[in-house]
Design a protein around this ligand. Structure first.
Ligand code: HOZ
Length: 428
């Protein structure tokens, strides 16, 4: 496969867009080479500007759980667009999707829609601070909650991929209110809570991490966090931007039976349109303007096209819960296939998977936190990435990102993927 047109388009893009991309994780800076420019996508496949067909394991970083150009979503958007695209006024569909989300997600009474996961997490933390009257927050090294200032401290995803986990531009004043814990390490959390008694508003966590590769919580970790937060009167925020409506209809809260105080969403909830949301019980959500004192707003929040896409997606998932079983089976099949190949070819590896999120780490050791994720052999990952790409398979261009499977994948696609990995494993 060749990618000449993509390279030419990238050259042009770099003249007018910083780095040629509108979000850094799209660039191939960590793996080398030029990013692929997509022309269109359907089901499990991307079609690029050079006419190549790629099996897609990113799926827009998660939203395309039912495949690209999923007809119910596309049709809902088309029909809505005919009635106007934005009003900056309330519409009935906002209540419809809110009612559905509240009925599907444990522990929430009210939800507010925003435009991205970044906005959702940023707003949830502001609400937590306003509600508790405290300033400090706890986050985990390697977790990524969007690019708002408070979160760009030891952040995962593109921030760590490009070696800038603490971004210039974040003031010392802001950074000092973000306390850093170690994922899957309760003691690190307890120490912070002890040292900052009465000052911590909230603890925010990806309850299944997806921005340092995929890292599931250790057994009992989330339950213990819940208990510690209760003891110390700290609000627990689950960032379910990646996991919400993907790992289960009710997300990680449902999967692990742990209820957070605030939950944030993005990705699947918008069906591929720019949607984020944050939700909580009534008492907390009613602290928001216009009825409460914490301000949060947006002209395009609850945009009708975005709501139509999100409603179509959530309705499809609600009406076909077997999708989650099917996705789990396919993801397990892939995991087992890759594992078999790597053992056969003697490639040191560790694969983390939970539901349809999976990541391949080129290290023998278990990957349980940021430090262990960082031990992976990046050179091997880069070769792996480019060999897959050459053979028509697209994974995230970073060892610190999760793969997101779509139910549009067939077992033939999975077998093709495993066969390609078998072929390229000899070069790793
Ligand atoms: N959280 C996504 C990647 N880990 C966001 C995608 C982006 O930053 O463009």
């Amino acid at each position: 496969m060749t990618y000449q047109r993509s390279s030419a388009l990238f050259k042009a893009a770099q003249q007018v867009i910083p780095g040629g991309v509108n979000s850094p994780v799209r660039a191939f800076k960590a793996v080398g080479g030029d990013p692929i420019f997509v022309k269109e996508a359907k089901g499990a496949y991307l079609y690029d500007e050079d006419g190549n067909r790629l099996i897609d394991y990113i799926n827009s970083w998660g939203p395309m759980i039912l495949g690209h150009a999923y007809p119910p979503v596309v049709n809902a958007v088309i029909e809505k667009a005919k009635q106007g695209t934005s009003f900056g006024m309330p519409t009935q569909i906002e209540t419809e999707i809110a009612e559905l989300a509240v009925s599907l997600v444990p522990g929430i009474d009210k939800i507010r829609f925003v435009n991205s996961g970044t906005e959702a997490c940023m707003s949830a933390v502001r609400l937590a601070r306003g509600f508790t009257g405290k300033d400090k927050i706890i986050k985990f090294a390697g977790c990524y909650h969007g690019h708002s200032d408070s979160f760009l401290i030891q952040a995962g995803s593109g921030a760590v991929t490009f070696g800038m986990p603490n971004s210039p531009g974040v003031t010392v004043g802001t950074a000092k209110d973000t306390l850093l814990a170690t994922y899957n390490d309760l003691e690190s959390v307890e120490k912070l809570m002890q040292a900052n008694k009465g000052e911590i508003a909230c603890l925010i966590i990806e309850p299944v991490a997806g921005n340092m590769g995929c890292i599931p919580p250790a057994e009992g970790f989330l339950q213990e966090l819940r208990a510690l937060c209760d003891e110390n009167e700290i609000l627990l925020i689950f960032d379910e931007v990646m996991t919400g409506f993907r790992l289960a209809l009710g997300g990680v809260q449902e999967l692990y039976g742990v209820t957070a105080d605030l939950v944030t969403f993005g990705k699947v909830i918008g069906g591929g349109l720019p949607v984020g949301a944050f939700a909580a019980r009534k008492e907390i959500m009613d602290y928001l303007a216009p009825i409460g004192p914490v301000y949060q707003a947006g002209t395009l929040s609850g945009n009708p096209l975005a709501m139509a896409a999100g409603l179509a997606m959530l309705t499809s998932l609600k009406n076909s819960p077997e999708v989650f079983t099917s996705l789990n089976k396919k993801s397990k099949y892939l995991e087992e296939g890759i594992t078999k190949v790597f053992y056969k070819r003697k490639v040191p590896h560790h694969i983390n998977r939970i539901g349809s999120m999976i990541s391949v780490h080129f290290t023998d050791d278990p990957v349980t936190d940021f430090a262990s994720a960082a031990k992976g052999n990046n050179k091997t990952f880069n070769t792996f990435f480019h060999q897959l790409l050459k053979n028509g398979i697209y994974i995230a261009p970073s060892a610190f990102e999760s793969w997101f499977l779509t139910d549009a994948l067939t077992y033939q696609d999975l077998d093709t993927t495993i066969a390609v990995i078998d072929k390229v494993a000899t070069e790793l």
